[in-house]
Design a protein around this ligand. Structure first.
Ligand SMILES: [Ca+2]
Length: 144
């Protein structure tokens, strides 16, 4: 039983290596967020030149004024050096009637890299005690 589980672990580790070595492809992705406070980091995605992050249906965990929205900042994940930050945008439309907030970052590098977004504030607060749920997160990498 123990031997079998170790083999499974090794197989999983090998496929992770394969993923890292695979050619980088840019793909759009959809997800949701629950209970994320300032400091939350999204999954990484491969992108270049331009990227777009959309939130549809935002709800705060507490009574923070929704007019202050949720702060969304795109970063490039760099190995062996500090990550590069791009604009911090405040999403507010997603708090009303399940509308969509959309942010575009057109200043990211032309060379393909690994990107993520960070939640920087919720209701204007940067403490993790205020958190947000997002029904739908959509990242569009399509522009070249
Ligand atoms: Ca792109």
């Amino acid at each position: 039983m123990k031997t079998r589980s170790r083999i499974a672990t090794i197989a999983a580790a090998s496929s992770a290596v394969m993923l890292i070595l695979a050619p980088q492809a840019q793909a759009n992705w959809t997800s949701s967020i629950s209970n994320a406070g300032a400091g939350f980091e999204s999954r990484r995605w491969t992108d270049s030149n331009w990227t777009q992050v959309q939130f549809t249906g935002c709800y705060n965990s507490d009574v923070t004024p929704i007019g202050d929205g949720v702060g969304v900042q795109v970063w490039q994940d760099l190995s062996f050096q500090p990550d590069d930050s791009y604009d911090n945008k405040i999403f507010t439309a997603c708090y009303s009637g399940g509308n969509t907030s959309s942010g575009e970052w057109s200043e990211i590098p032309q060379e393909s890299g690994q990107f993520y977004f960070q939640i920087t504030s919720v209701g204007g607060r940067t403490s993790y005690s205020s958190s947000v749920d997002v029904d739908k997160v959509y990242v569009d990498t399509a522009k070249p």
